[in-house]
Design a binder for this molecule. Structure first.
Ligand SMILES: Cc1cc2nc3c(=O)[nH]c(=O)nc-3n(C[C@H](O)[C@H](O)[C@H](O)COP(=O)(O)OP(=O)(O)OC[C@H]3O[C@@H](n4cnc5c(N)ncnc54)[C@H](O)[C@@H]3O)c2cc1C
Length: 445
């Protein structure tokens, strides 16, 4: 059986690896971005000099031949789903099963000047090359869009002492995702890194220097002009599927898939950032463009292709990232705006750089979510509590089990419990002492 995977990101490569584990098919992975898989989430560390570009490759170059996974550097221009033929820059190819793992692309909203030189997103390897190319001698950059990628780009430029203005449409940083207190913490943190954060503003246009490159941006609301030598476009991403729009493949915002990650075309699957579940689980989105979902989808698709019917289960929502120096983790339900049936405890350290939020059901009092800023909790412990709908009291009494590194982080659990007692009129205390042996016993129980 000939299986072709278009896309060598985390979803396509995970699928290829699982296909090899599960059988002896002929596997080809095509990408026009780079020959080898690299860790997209670590792009920033290559720019900042923490990693060499070759360190971004999770597998050695010999891995692919040894595992009989063919890598083809080519662009797929068109797909004929009837004849199962791909038109690529390296010629036509036939498949028996096809996996679309096309990823995302940076959003552009038709701004005047968006295609000038010295303008770019932060998604593809070529975006990193573009930033590298224009960084020498660069005095000031303007980044359009908040979110996780915008703040990474700001950190990258600041690491080279380049001035940064950040234009954010929302009234507070990423407040469509983060609750108000955490969003405000990040506003302060961004400013403390000498980033000129402009909230509640939109980009009007990017001005041409007369030679086809950006020289400044104009803010829509004020018509203020900010001179700059680079404009970063980080106003979100969307599925990279433009070339498939007229093919009969069912698409919405992404490629529509059922719970087995199958598209409406025979023997064609879609996974990762480009896939949109037709029927997502309650409280979850059709497209979840993050690393971990790509990995889970890659594995699930491989099972289904090899004839073992497995439904995609996204598990408990989890994400982790970093806002400059503040680590961020979220488990379960932590919406930007608290719904009617949810209560929350929010504890913030007096240094303003650490916070713990615990969400629970207002009347039934079971745990629903954790939001952690500058404090790290154990994934497995939080996941187990959430999956079992553990009473929030029990969670709080055993909070030490979740604390990732008691040597490193001070003991904040007692403060969190005090907040809960005040809010609910209870008198609970910390029960479980910390210790890896206790964590392991809890996970086994
Ligand atoms: C800067 C940055 C930081 C991030 N940080 C985090 C994080 O901290 N945590 C997290 O969970 N997620 C993070 N993400 C998101 C995460 O990286 C993505 O969700 C994930 O990499 C998507 O994987 P994928 O396999 O779906 O697609 P991709 O990695 O985009 O791979 C798709 C590949 O297919 C290729 N391709 C597409 N169309 C064609 C075609 N027609 N012909 C040939 N090749 C084609 C593309 O060029 C690309 O190489 C980050 C993303 C970025 C950009």
């Amino acid at each position: 059986m000939k299986i072709i995977i278009i896309g060598n990101g985390i979803s396509g490569i995970t699928c290829a690896r699982w296909l090899r584990k599960l059988g002896d098919s002929e596997i080809t992975v095509i990408s026009s971005e780079t020959k080898h898989f690299f860790s997209r989430t670590a792009l920033m560390y290559a720019y900042m000099g923490h990693m060499r570009p070759e360190d971004l490759k999770p597998y050695e170059d010999w891995f692919w031949e040894k595992n009989r996974i063919n890598l083809l550097e080519a662009h797929v221009d068109n797909i004929d789903f009837e004849t199962k033929t791909l038109a690529t820059t390296q010629g036509a190819l036939q498949y028996d099963k096809l996996v679309l793992a096309l990823g995302s692309k940076s959003n552009k909203f038709g701004w005047p000047g968006q295609d000038l030189e010295r303008v770019g997103g932060l998604y593809h390897w070529q975006d990193l090359e573009n930033m590298e190319k224009y960084s020498p001698g660069l005095k000031h950059a303007v980044i359009v869009g908040g979110g996780l990628i915008g703040i990474e780009m700001a950190e990258m430029f600041r690491s080279r002492k380049i001035g940064v203005s950040m234009l954010v449409r929302e009234a507070s940083y990423w407040n469509n995702v983060l609750p108000a207190e955490e969003s405000d913490m990040i506003n302060r943190h961004i400013k403390s890194h000498h980033i000129d954060l402009r909230l509640g503003v939109n980009l009007d246009s990017i001005q041409d220097d007369g030679k086809g490159a950006a020289k400044s941006v104009i803010i829509k609301e004020t018509q203020e002009e900010i001179p700059c030598g680079y404009v970063g476009l980080t106003a979100g991403v969307s599925p990279n599927i433009a070339f498939l729009k007229e093919t009969g493949l069912e698409v919405g915002r992404g490629i529509k898939v059922d719970s087995h990650l199958k598209t409406n075309m025979p023997d064609v699957y879609a996974i990762g950032d480009c896939a949109e579940l037709s029927d997502p689980k309650p409280g979850r989105r059709g497209i979840e463009a993050i690393w971990y979902t790509g990995r889970m989808m890659g594995e699930t698709a491989a099972y289904n292709i090899m004839g073992q019917t497995v439904a995609y289960d996204p598990g408990i929502w989890f994400n982790s990232a970093k806002f400059l120096d503040i680590e961020y983790q979220v488990y379960g339900e932590v919406p930007g705006k608290l719904p009617e049936d949810m209560s929350t405890i929010y504890w913030e350290h007096s240094d303003g750089d650490k916070a713990i939020r615990i969400n629970y059901h207002k009347t039934e009092k079971y745990i629903r979510g954790f939001n952690l800023m500058g404090v790290r909790y154990r994934h497995e412990v939080c996941e187990k509590w959430l999956a079992q709908k553990t009473p929030v009291k029990e969670v709080l009494q055993n909070l030490g089990l979740a604390n990732f590194d008691p040597e490193f982080y001070d003991e904040y659990e007692a403060d969190v419990i005090q907040l809960y007692n005040k809010q609910e009129g209870t008198n609970i205390n910390l029960k479980t002492k910390r210790g890896l042996d206790r964590v392991l016993a809890f996970l086994k129980s």
